[in-house]
Design a protein around this ligand. Structure first.
Ligand code: SF4
Ligand code: SF4
Length: 442
């Protein structure tokens, strides 16, 4: 009897070596947020790897139930940090989502919207400008208050719609910001897609920090989206096209500074978009070299700049007049880029800040790209858990380093009426006056 064709088997077979690294020890399970919430093996990293292997071996089909288990994954990669076998779970999940995307039966309107979002909205400045203007207009009319009157499909988007911080950045920025004082080098600034519209002030603070540290900051106008949302959602072809544009834009710069943990993880791991069977050797080598030059802002500042220590203000001293803060580590900085130390090392030097411990700082807040739109119930449960910990710390500030986390935390704190402010690390360092020592490049 003829068997049904299974077009997902061949692309999943390319993940076989990666999935075989899993020895089923289960040490990742306690670190997995979806396993903690749902308690089901198939919503754990080990269970999902098992499902992907079963799909590849033709033992199961990509039914709605199976795909649901994969969709519920945050791609937070906490499991990678816990795994003693070095399983590259993110690469497995993203590869599997791309292989399974053609099997999904989405309504035509959803397909059209996804196509528009991934192929145009996130990557073309004219659409981003229009979206930014619409967002500002929405807030001028009180979009969050009006959410209850909107159709269900739009209600969630209205409730989590971010409040822009300052004007959009790229359109007003010169191609090159000069260094303050002696020139130590020239770096590029990656501005992202939505972040450029929503968090313009974070970019301005970043430029201020870098130029005061003696760096010229180039802001290429033709740079584009990093492709993370596309890659995480099974659209790797679209992500690869964006890589080619960014490679050309940032050619010749010694480093590309990224102040979004999600974009940074994507840019630093382009090799997973260009496996050996895809692209020419030269293309792959260029992508790898570009990845090596992309650094998170905290990594760059911590390793390249020596900051002036503020005399007489020991961190966490509890002295009166200090502002209390907690640091919530973005998953894609901590678990994907493996940068745990730099943000904390910088924060401990900031005069006037009392850095308090936060319970579960390494747990996802539920933002996870568009997860808070696609999985609202789970996202809200994770957000509540995070906000409980933040409020229990008694801190006045939450510091993080990813636009998605900022939006998620701000929306949740506003819903609770909490008087805790969310700041990007760059804003805090700039606002509280951490300054580079003159001639201080390390
Ligand atoms: S990426 Fe996060 S949610 Fe997904 S399996 Fe790993 S720990 Fe769980
Ligand atoms: S992913 Fe790693 S930690 Fe989790 S079960 Fe497999 S080998 Fe063990």
């Amino acid at each position: 009897m003829a068997t049904e064709p299974r077009p997902w088997v061949e692309p999943l077979a390319r993940l076989e070596a990666l999935t075989q690294q899993c020895v089923h020890c289960g040490l990742c399970l306690p670190t997995c947020p979806t396993y903690a919430l749902l308690g089901t093996e198939m919503d754990s990293p080990r269970g999902r790897i098992y499902l992907i292997r079963a799909l590849r071996e033709g033992r199961i089909d990509p039914t709605e139930v199976t795909l649901n288990h994969l969709d519920r994954c945050l791609d937070c990669r906490a499991c990678e940090s816990a795994c003693p076998s070095g399983v590259r779970y993110g690469a497995i999940l993203e590869g599997a989502r791309a292989a399974l995307e053609p099997t999904r039966s989405r309504p035509a309107v959803t397909r059209a919207l996804r196509h528009f979002a991934f192929r145009s909205l996130l990557s073309e400045r004219r659409w981003l400008r229009a979206a930014g203007a619409l967002l500002r207009l929405g807030h001028a009319f009180g979009i969050r208050r009006l959410a209850a009157f909107l159709p269900a499909a739009l209600r969630r988007a209205a409730l989590v719609a971010p409040i822009p911080r300052g004007d959009a950045f790229l359109d007003q920025a010169p191609a090159l910001f000069p260094a303050v004082g002696a020139v130590r080098g020239r770096v590029g600034l990656f501005v992202g897609c939505a972040m450029d519209q929503v968090h313009g002030d974070v970019h301005r603070a970043t430029v201020s920090l870098l130029t005061r540290a003696g760096f010229e900051v180039a802001v290429p106008r033709d740079q584009t989206c990093c492709g993370a949302l596309q890659a995480h959602n099974g659209e790797r072809g679209a992500a690869r096209e964006l890589v080619a544009r960014n490679l050309a834009s940032f050619e010749g710069l010694e480093a590309v500074v990224v102040n979004s943990a999600g974009c940074g993880a994507q840019l630093a791991e382009l090799e997973s978009l260009f496996p050996a069977h895809h692209g020419s050797g030269r293309e792959i080598a260029r992508a790898h070299a570009f990845s090596a030059r992309c650094l998170d802002l905290s990594t760059f500042l911590h390793h390249r700049v020596k900051f002036a220590l503020s005399p007489g203000v020991p961190a966490a001293s509890g002295a009166p007049g200090l502002i209390s803060a907690v640091y919530d580590a973005p998953c894609h900085l901590l678990h994907a880029q493996k940068e745990a130390n730099a943000p904390l090392a910088l924060l401990r030097r900031v005069p006037g800040i009392e850095l308090r411990p936060l319970t579960e700082p390494d747990w996802c807040c539920g933002a996870a790209g568009i997860y808070n739109l696609t999985q609202p119930i789970l996202a809200d449960r994770l957000l509540d858990r995070k906000l409980d910990h933040i409020e229990a710390s008694g801190a006045h500030l939450v510091i993080t380093a990813n636009p998605g986390c900022m939006i998620q935390l701000e929306a949740g704190l506003a819903r609770r009426g909490a008087s805790v402010q969310v700041l990007h690390l760059a804003e805090l360092l700039d606002r509280f006056g951490l300054s580079a020592e003159p001639g201080s490049q390390r």
